[in-house]
Design a protein around this ligand. Structure first.
Ligand code: 13P
Ligand code: SF4
Length: 319
């Protein structure tokens, strides 16, 4: 509609004027994802968002996603200005891992390699040996396990337990979860599989073990999109935030994509599996931000110096 078009046009002009590039996550509004693509930015999973922001020559990064994504961008490019449509968009995993408790936990287990998920604060990252995203968690823990290392994992217990089951590594888990993925239900998924017996089941590893166990593919948002594109199946049941359907349908045209159920009765819920914090990013607050710069991401210089080490290790490992 006209209002949207007006916002889009304003954003395009403002990005150009400010030598800024838009980096958006797959869970954000399709309007933002398509704008990022049209303007030479990127729409991707959290690993690729970090890499893209670091490598891009723009002097300003505009991050449409949640707080840890903005902080990661700033830590990897301290010389760039990092803006977000809102600074209120957090993540239940970040909230569930306060740095003081986490540090004390690490201090109690000095014999363990500290591996933290990207969905954490800058301070938690600064206390870690490694940062990982869901796309490389398995490979990194496998790598450390092969070196005989014991792991302390935080904060997502489901992803940590998945990595533990798959690698056989000794993993001590922090107890936190994603409020979106934690809601997927195995019973409902089993019922839905009976209705669509030929469907492949794609699951993000932040989901509970009983749901992961029913998956044909477990992976990051990018990996799930690739699976929908490459697999022969014509139907997919997808257990992750519904924001993913915009890009997944584009990449897998003609395929039937069905939301995995968040209730126990097999009924899909068209609004349940959506991150309330990702949903805070919109055309209007993005436009406003480009005009006002009131939501610039600042990270303490000492934390940047510390957190940059495990984040760069992550990027090097992922190469
Ligand atoms: P991805 O790295 O798979 O995009 O996941 C980020 C996230 O927040 C999932 O909930
Ligand atoms: Fe965090 Fe879950 Fe939202 Fe991802 S979907 S940002 S893990 S609360």
């Amino acid at each position: 509609d006209a209002e949207k078009l007006d916002y889009r046009n304003q954003i395009k002009v403002l990005l150009k004027q400010q030598n800024a590039v838009l980096v958006a996550h797959y869970y954000t509004d399709p309007d933002l994802q398509s704008l990022a693509e049209e303007t030479g930015g990127c729409v991707s999973d959290s690993l690729e968002m970090a890499r893209f922001g670091k490598q891009h020559p723009a002097t300003t990064l505009v991050v449409a996603g949640v707080k840890f994504m903005g902080e990661t961008a700033k830590i990897l490019s301290p010389e760039k200005t990092v803006l977000m449509p809102t600074l209120e968009a957090t993540c239940s995993l970040d909230l569930g891992c306060p740095v003081d408790e986490f540090s004390a936990f690490c201090d109690e287990h000095p014999d363990r390699e500290v591996v933290v998920y990207a969905n954490t604060s800058a301070a938690v990252k600064a206390r870690s040996d490694w940062v990982v995203t869901s796309s490389i968690a398995l490979e990194l823990v496998e790598h450390l396990h092969n070196q005989g290392k014991k792991i302390l994992w935080a904060p997502d217990k489901h992803l940590g337990a998945y990595v533990q089951r798959e690698t056989g590594a000794d993993v001590l888990l922090w107890d936190s979860a994603c409020i979106v993925h934690d809601e997927f239900k195995a019973k409902g998924l089993q019922d839905l599989k009976k209705v669509y017996p030929d469907a492949a089941v794609l699951v993000h590893p932040e989901s509970p073990e009983s749901v992961v166990n029913l998956a044909d593919v477990v992976g990051s948002t990018s990996q799930l999109i690739q699976a929908a594109q490459k697999m022969e199946n014509s139907t997919f049941i997808v257990a992750t935030d519904r924001g993913i359907f915009y890009k997944m349908q584009q990449q897998a045209p003609g395929k039937l994509l069905i939301e995995a159920p968040t209730g126990g009765n097999g009924a899909t819920c068209r609004s349940c599996a959506h991150c309330p914090w990702m949903a805070m990013n919109a055309l209007d607050n993005l436009t406003l931000e480009l005009k006002n710069h009131s939501n610039e991401v600042h990270v303490d210089a000492a934390l940047i110096e510390q957190a940059m080490i495990p984040l760069n290790r992550m990027l090097d490992f992922a190469k």
